[in-house]
Ligand binder design. Sequence first.
Ligand SMILES: [Zn+2]
Length: 309
Amino acid sequence: MAPPSPTGARDSPGSSASEKQRSSKKRGYSDSTGLNGEKRHVVRRSSISKPGRDQRDEPVFKHKRRKRRQTGEDNDSAIAEAATTSVSASRQESPVIDFDGLSRPSVGTRQRLEESAEEKAARLERMKGAVKTLLECVGEDPEREGLLATPERYAKAMMTFTQGYEQNVFDIVNGAIFQEGHSEMVVVKNIDIFSLCEHHLVPFTGKVHIGYIPNNAVIGISKLPRIADMFSRRLQIQERLTKDIANAIFDVLRPQGVAVVIESSHLCMVMRGVQKTNSTTITSCMLGCFERREKTRNEFLSLINVNRQ
Ligand SMILES: [Zn+2]
């Protein structure tokens, strides 16, 4: 089944560019000012790789919108143009909480977020059809009793597994940033995450450990697991998930530094392929003072005790 065309989505009623802009203004999102009122101008890089971000994290919509106004309907070239722009641009603003806070700008995400009840039902029907096809293709009989309701169950489960696409950092943080004059390390560790590997659509699960050193402002402690949850309930690779969480916290809080370590087990490794059942994948992203100072980094690593086995 063919995916919905991007053009169709953009031209659908109620989702015009100007309307979106207005609604984003109404919700108080701003490009230049962080949640705690500070200007966002920090240039940083993650310690994982250079360039620091997946190019799909760049806010493609903005480029596309501008392009469309100038040249009309030439969508494909606009997308190509936006892609090259974002690759060549050096890493400045993190787009993690940019673009209405959705942070993974894609036509499908926007469509899913804004759809009506009828559109929602139609989406579910399409998903059910796809699952039925899958069942047939593996040699099963989708009409036998045990499988009759499986397409619907799976479609609904899939929407839950990916509900992070309907959330954004602004709504999650919801103003829970407090000027406490605190500047000691804060660590929340062993946060369970359940995500889907975007290469195989099978789960990877594990623990995320988050640390930050405040710059006066602290964030409500329960917000850290919720941010981790939001990004993990999207199609991910562990490396990007780690960066997403770190960048989001850095952007909303402007702390001295953020450290995120994820340990997880990938079913695509465990159940198929190399079948290494006991392997754990560890990724880390150190920003700010965690990246600059070895002592700070080591303090965090010993607090989360990542080398305990
Ligand atoms: Zn995989």
